[in-house]
Design a protein around this ligand. Structure first.
Ligand code: SPV
Ligand code: MG
Length: 330
């Protein structure tokens, strides 16, 4: 899995351009290197490194149970796996302004294009769990975090998204607008307005009062039946598909594991799952095989590592750039 465009600068610019444009942009959730790769291959131009999905895939809750350096480790694999820009869900920034500064520095070092922070308190709780019992952060303190992030970034195109949980915590549109305005004033490049309603009413209310000083991002998890074009007509062009990789995986795994457990027969799912060869393609095994021929002493290549032996199999490797599909075994 190589990163065609390792330049952080160009990825920050790309994310900024996508989120600033008046064309629909979807930030597709990914939670590890493989899901990031699959999202990019499916054509998504930008990714959302979801706190919920990363924590769930690590087997813990979306309550800052995974430490920020554990999340950073995941993000590094994701960033290495793809060349499309990644916006990181940085929860509350894992502490105060000082933690946010260090986070921004570490994200930029890993080629991450942007950071989203939300105005709640550490340790955070997922927005869809008893939202009205959750507390909003002090507005001035949160503005300080936004300013600290902006002052810290080295690449001027690194994107800082300020997320307000005003609606999630039971406040009305006045609080949402006041906070979004304060965050934009503090330097946020975009604001994310979250809603847990099953319709678009809060978002529409927000847009009716918003002066459009910075672009808006929304997360339509709870109102999935609302067409994106409806929001675009009201000035929202940026959408986070926040957990749909993770939820797809959960469903297919639950189904296949149940079948395997009940049948004890590998053939019961064999035709429904990716061949091992597809996994090798996603890992870019071919690149290693070619590099072994280039860099290992001849004798070692002939004696052969596993990849060198595979490289000698014409049905596996057919050209310098392509792993041919192989017939499914069994
Ligand atoms: C996430 O994907 O972790 C988010 C979106 O923050 S939500 O789960 O809706 O809070
Ligand atoms: Mg989150």
């Amino acid at each position: 899995m190589t990163n065609e465009s390792s330049s952080t600068g160009s990825r920050c610019r790309r994310l900024r351009d996508l989120l600033s444009s008046q064309a629909v942009t979807i930030l597709m959730e990914a939670h590890n290197g493989l899901s990031a790769k699959l999202c990019a291959e499916a054509g998504f131009e930008a990714l959302w490194a979801s706190g919920l999905s990363i924590s769930a895939s690590l087997g813990v809750r979306d309550s800052n149970e995974a430490s920020w350096t554990q999340v950073l480790e995941v993000l590094e694999f994701m960033s290495d796996a793809v060349s499309v820009p990644i916006l990181v869900d940085g929860d509350t920034g894992y502490g105060n302004f000082n933690n946010v500064r260090r986070l921004v520095r570490k994200l930029e070092q890993r080629g991450i294009a942007g950071l989203c922070i939300e105005d709640k308190v550490f340790p955070k709780t997922n927005s869809f769990i008893s939202g009205e019992k959750q507390a909003l952060a002090d507005c001035d303190e949160f503005c300080g975090k936004v300013r600290a992030a902006k002052d810290t970034q080295r690449d001027s195109d690194f994107v800082v998204v300020a997320r307000t949980e005003a609606f999630i915590t039971g406040h009305g549109v006045n609080e949402a607008i006041a906070r979004a305005s304060a965050y934009a004033e503090a330097g946020a490049d975009m604001v994310l307005v979250h809603s847990k309603r099953s319709d678009s009413s809060e978002i529409m209310d927000f847009m009716a009062h918003w002066d459009a000083r910075v672009p808006v991002v929304i997360v339509p998890t709870k109102y999935p039946s609302e067409p994106l074009q409806k929001f675009a007509q009201h000035g929202v062009y940026n959408f986070v598909f926040a957990n749909h990789c993770l939820r797809s995986i959960v469903t297919i795994l639950q189904k296949n594991l149940r079948v395997l457990h009940d049948t004890q027969d590998l053939m019961s799912i064999e035709r429904d799952i990716a061949p091992v060869q597809e996994v090798f393609r996603l890992q870019d095994v071919q690149e290693l095989a070619l590099s072994e021929q280039r860099y290992l002493p001849r004798e070692d290549v002939r004696r052969g590592s596993a990849t060198a032996r595979r490289a000698a199999r014409p049905e596996v490797l057919t050209s310098a750039t392509h792993i041919a599909p192989v017939a499914r075994e069994g």
